[in-house]
Write a protein that binds this ligand. Structure first.
Ligand SMILES: [Zn+2]
Length: 417
């Protein structure tokens, strides 16, 4: 089977279907258009002869490729989870994907009419794809290779197994989920129905990379209650929430901020401040890979509030914390075969596995703590969430090879490292 041709055809087809999610709402799925792709995938799976189910209410497609290992061989099911939505950051409708054959290393004109050019000098990641076919946008929208490049790879894996019943494999469970880009955290994925006790999300850029560490994430809202009075007669009476909020902000550690950190360093990010004399509200997120260091950041904010309350009166400054997600490494590291099998599969596809802690969260972080240990394998897209997003076709084909090698390892070794 020609994995290049099959994945390319699929990505072109899926990318043209609008599935942009929406942040800030309280409806799931966040946009009904995601069901358009869900329906296509469900019908395609049925047409291929797969056992599949479509939970239309929650917009989740399930499929199962049952074990054909035969009697006497233990079946160790494994799962793959990909997301159907695209990011709300830039225009995500009216996507017109196209293929540039055999990239020559130069600038790429995405849109002649609007003079939109992907400049090789601005994107050094392009150079490694010289000679390859690239799926691109028309320069006015994102591509949605995040995460449809993975969907194309997983669907091609399913097609391969269904067309080649002689190839032995254990049970492979697939799920296509909504709203990853807006914090959906695959919350409606029914784990019992899904059936695999371990899985991988397929998301992220750079072919051959994987992630088994994510941030611990906490959200914090600080509210300052002031006392407003006419400034002409304010002496000894006014308590200005703006000023106290300012003191709070300058009390935060200066260099533990996103603009000064990378690698495994955490941060406190103040993402909004609203203030007048009467009231100030400060929204922050706290991030760290190490739980102890995150707790230290938490403690620092509590101390800062206490100090300000001692000066301006009890109850003036209040902090409320809410857990968002946790470092999947705490769970994933208990099952070493998840990573040793993955690394071996990446090698089997002729690539050197690479990993770095993911400075964010994944659906896999949430799933891991819900009882489905779930590291992440990269999808192979580049420049995601933007108009210059592209997907090298060979990266998708390689990911099919990686998945096949991974399934072969689970069939052979099961849940043993
Ligand atoms: Zn994604």
């Amino acid at each position: 089977m020609d994995f290049l041709k099959l994945t390319e055809e699929r990505l072109l087809r899926y990318a043209a279907i609008t599935t942009q999610s929406r942040a800030g709402g309280n409806v799931w799925p966040s946009t009904p258009c995601q069901r358009d792709l869900a329906k296509v995938l469900y019908e395609e799976l049925l047409a291929l002869g797969a056992e599949a189910a479509y939970d239309e209410e929650h917009c989740i497609v399930y499929a199962w490729l049952r074990s054909n290992l035969g009697p006497g061989k233990k079946d160790c099911p494994i799962g793959f989870v990909t997301h159907m939505d695209t990011a709300p950051d830039v225009k995500g409708w009216d996507v017109k994907p196209w293929v540039l054959r055999s990239y020559d290393g130069g600038d790429i004109v995405l849109n002649e009419k609007e003079n939109i050019v992907l400049h090789a000098a601005d994107y050094p990641n392009l150079a490694q794809y010289v000679g390859q076919d690239l799926v691109l946008t028309d320069g006015t929208t994102l591509l949605g290779g995040d995460d449809k490049a993975s969907i194309a790879a997983v669907m091609t894996l399913a097609e391969y197994y269904l067309r080649h019943p002689e190839v032995r494999h254990g049970t492979v469970c697939l799920a296509f989920t909504p709203d990853e880009e807006v914090g959906g955290l695959a919350k409606d994925l029914d784990l019992a129905r899904f059936g695999a006790p371990y899985a991988y999300t397929l998301d992220g850029d750079h072919l051959g990379w994987y992630q088994d560490q994510t941030f611990h994430a906490v959200q914090c809202t600080v509210t300052v209650t002031g006392r407003s009075v006419h400034p002409a007669t304010a002496k000894g009476i006014m308590v200005n929430a703006c000023d106290i909020a300012g003191e709070f902000l300058t009390g935060l550690p200066k260099y533990e901020k996103p603009q000064y950190t990378d690698g495994t360093d955490g941060f406190i990010y103040v993402n909004s401040v609203q203030a007048d004399c009467e009231k100030a509200v400060i929204h922050m997120i706290l991030r760290d890979f190490d739980r102890g260091l995150l707790d230290r950041k938490h403690g620092l904010i509590v101390d800062l509030c206490a100090r300000l309350n001692a000066e301006y009166g009890e109850g003036r400054v209040e902090a409320v914390f809410a857990d968002q997600y946790r470092n999947m490494g705490e769970v994933v590291s208990k099952y070493p075969f998840l990573i040793s099998h993955l690394r071996a599969a990446i090698r089997a596809a002729g690539l050197e596995p690479k990993s770095e802690p993911f400075r964010g969260g994944t659906d896999g972080s949430a799933l891991s703590f819900r009882g489905l240990p779930c590291p992440n394998l990269s999808a192979g897209y580049e420049n995601a969430h933007g108009r210059f997003e592209f997907v090298p076709v060979p990266s998708m084909a390689k990911n099919v090879e990686i998945l096949l090698a991974l399934c072969a390892l689970y069939a052979e070794k099961g849940y043993e490292a």
